[in-house]
Design a protein around this ligand. Structure first.
Ligand code: HXC
Length: 277
């Protein structure tokens, strides 16, 4: 579907681009002709990713930056723009999350996750939006949320309230910045096995099996499936999509929404009996 130069002219920053979904999106965007830079607060991840992309034949700028700190974002964007020119796409991918009973959380635990996911995303979006408005640049902001941004979720409450906030940010800025030529969009991934997420979110293998069993497609998502949606959403082919969130979860969040969906394994005799009744 995507031609080789599909993302030519896109100059992209991916937050949290050193690992997981961020790294996969970076790779996909590079292969489609974009210029991509990554920021992360973890220097080891940045160096490893740069090396990985260098071996693939791409030069990726990498800046150490904790998105909880707006000054660090400003400095990182300055440094990247000095080397690559004006940025026109921001991918808000960096996140922090872990499972916990909510009653076990400290205020600092809330602050930490909200600081990364909600505040960090807002700071990065604000930094880019100000630059784009000042320079009349048509930019796109794509934020990675989660299916529970719409529904809420137990055991990841700081993440759920943050992702809900990011979704509200996406919709709000679509309304406010649309006339500036800025689009804001989001992807809500379901279960994707990345090291960062699995380590912090899954107590063991049996939970992975339960997640797969609760998915209509009976599988987890692949990183490429998110990266491909992202490539489309930031491209000019999606130029009239603004404020939208694309869910990519194999139908998982709909599966639990009806008491009938669990009946898929009922034997034929039961269906015949129900028809007679
Ligand atoms: C209870 C915890 C905790 C846990 C940390 N805290 N982990 N409380 N249970 N498992 C508390 C700490 O005790 C501390 O509070 C406060 O949170 C801050 O913890 P730190 O370790 O000091 O913070 P920091 O080093 O900044 O680490 C941030 C982090 C960490 C969020 C805690 O997990 C991280 O760096 N994550 C980044 C990568 C990541 O999370 N990727 C997964 C994203 S998945 P006190 O008061 O004790 O000092 C995702 C969506 C998934 O976002 C959707 C799936 C469907």
């Amino acid at each position: 579907m995507f031609e080789e130069n599909f993302l030519n002219g896109k100059n992209i920053i991916v937050t949290g681009g050193g690992t997981g979904l961020g790294k996969q999106m970076t790779e996909t965007f590079l292969k489609l002709g974009a210029t991509v830079s990554i920021i992360s607060r973890n220097e080891e991840h940045l160096n490893a990713a740069r090396e990985y992309f260098r071996e693939l034949g791409y030069n990726v700028e990498a800046e150490k930056c904790d998105i909880k700190n707006p000054d660090e974002i400003k400095n990182a964007v300055d440094a990247i723009e000095n080397r690559t020119g004006k940025i026109n796409v921001l991918i808000n991918n960096a996140a922090g999350n872990f499972i916990s009973r909510t009653e076990d959380l400290s205020p600092k635990a809330f602050d930490t996750v909200i600081g990364i996911v909600l505040n960090g995303t807002a700071y990065a979006s604000l930094e880019m939006g100000k630059r784009w408005i000042a320079n009349s640049i048509k930019g796109t902001i794509l934020s990675i949320v989660a299916t529970y941004a719409s529904t809420g979720s137990g055991y990841v409450v700081p993440s759920a309230i943050s992702k809900a906030g990011v979704l509200a940010l996406t919709r709000s800025l679509a309304a406010e910045w649309g006339h500036r030529g800025i689009r804001t969009v989001a992807i809500a991934p379901g279960a994707f096995k990345t090291e960062g997420a699995w380590l912090r979110l899954l107590p063991g293998d049996e939970y992975e099996k339960a997640i797969i069993a609760g998915n209509p497609e009976r599988r987890l998502g692949t990183k490429e499936e998110i990266a491909n949606i992202a490539a489309f959403l930031i491209s000019d082919m999606a130029s009239y999509i603004n404020g939208e969130v694309v869910t990519a979860d194999g139908g998982q969040s709909l599966y639990g929404s009806s008491m009938f969906n669990m009946m898929e394994n009922l034997p034929d005799e039961i269906w015949k009996m129900m028809r007679q009744r």
